[in-house]
Design a protein around this ligand. Structure first.
Ligand SMILES: C[S@@+](CC[C@H](N)C(=O)[O-])C[C@H]1O[C@@H](n2cnc3c(N)ncnc32)[C@H](O)[C@@H]1O
Length: 278
């Protein structure tokens, strides 16, 4: 047996545990499989012990990153959303499973032209375009890096002809109307941000999470203009932060949109609100 063996996997798990990683065994397996290019369960102990040293060295590099609490998706530059794998890096928020409830709601009705406000990685824009082949989408973001990454994902899924990306401070560069506006805006307050786990604070872009405010400023900005950009009968589907339901509802009461639906996430907590322009 050489320097590397199945024991290396055990010690990697222990190192991640010591570093405070929540699921060290799962993460060790994921990182090892990403170096190996196949699932680990297909190998027995002897086969693991004969894996070439260069694979173990790459694995060691990835474990070091995870020890620093870099999220797996940022290490392997891929994150699953609605059954598709998206390119991600530290400039975009990793798509979250809870955000999939916005997709489910959006797909429950027909729409033509739509806007993804704060496009990030492009996970909402790409998914809606892929699931609704007759739709046309605009994706906007204040961050040029997000526009770049969203562009990579649009190319990946061959959707370039049915969308446009715009660098824009909310609606500043938007000049048409939509059947649907979908948005997962930054909604973490300045105080909440300080309490987030290292994976988020050090490796997710701050601008995707917080405006360093009370966690409601995005909603105020969006609410002040959104109606102008919705067609008659158009919908706004917007993600909300934990515990912000009443405050966000109150902000939108000042618009001419009517609250139509409250969407729970996988834990039963209201995760998105649906408004309609009547
Ligand atoms: C929570 S992330 C959502 C990203 C992606 N839509 C998703 O669901 O994974 C919020 C996004 O809003 C963008 N953003 C923040 N402030 C903005 C602004 N003033 N105008 C437009 N986009 C903004 C951020 O750059 C970030 O990409």
């Amino acid at each position: 047996m050489g320097t590397w063996s199945s024991d290396t996997l055990k010690s990697a798990t222990l190192r991640l545990h010591k570093a405070g990683v929540e699921n060290p065994g799962y993460d060790t397996t994921k990182l090892f499989e990403s170096c190996l290019g196949k699932r680990i369960y297909s190998l027995n102990k002897e086969e693991i012990d004969t894996i070439p040293g260069k694979i173990w060295s790459s694995f060691e590099n990835l474990i070091k990153l995870r020890e620093q609490r870099m999220p797996i998706a940022k290490i392997v530059n891929e994150k699953e959303f609605w059954g598709r794998s998206f390119h991600v890096n530290t400039e975009v928020l990793d798509p979250r499973p809870d955000t999939e409830v916005l997709i489910e709601e959006a797909l429950s009705e027909e729409f033509g032209q739509f806007l993804d406000l704060g496009v990030g990685s492009g996970c909402l824009l790409v998914t809606l375009l892929a699931e609704k082949p007759a739709a046309y989408g605009v994706g906007s973001d204040i961050s040029p890096s997000c526009i770049r990454v969203a562009g990579i994902n649009i190319e990946r899924f061959g959707l370039k002809d049915r969308c446009k990306l715009v660098t824009s401070d909310w609606f500043s560069e938007i000049n048409c109307n939509f059947d649907l506006i979908i948005s997962n805006p930054p909604y973490i307050s300045k105080d909440e941000y300080e309490t987030l786990q290292p994976e988020i604070r050090y490796f997710e872009p701050k601008i995707a999470l917080t405006l360093e405010d009370d966690g409601l400023e995005s909603y105020r900005k969006i609410a002040s203009e959104v109606s102008k950009y919705l067609n008659h009968n158009g919908r706004l589907i917007i993600e909300i932060g934990f515990g912000k339901y009443h405050q966000v509802k109150r902000i939108f009461e000042r618009t001419d949109l009517s609250l139509e639906n409250e969407i729970p996430d996988l834990c039963g907590i209201t995760r998105a609100l649906v408004f309609r322009k009547v």
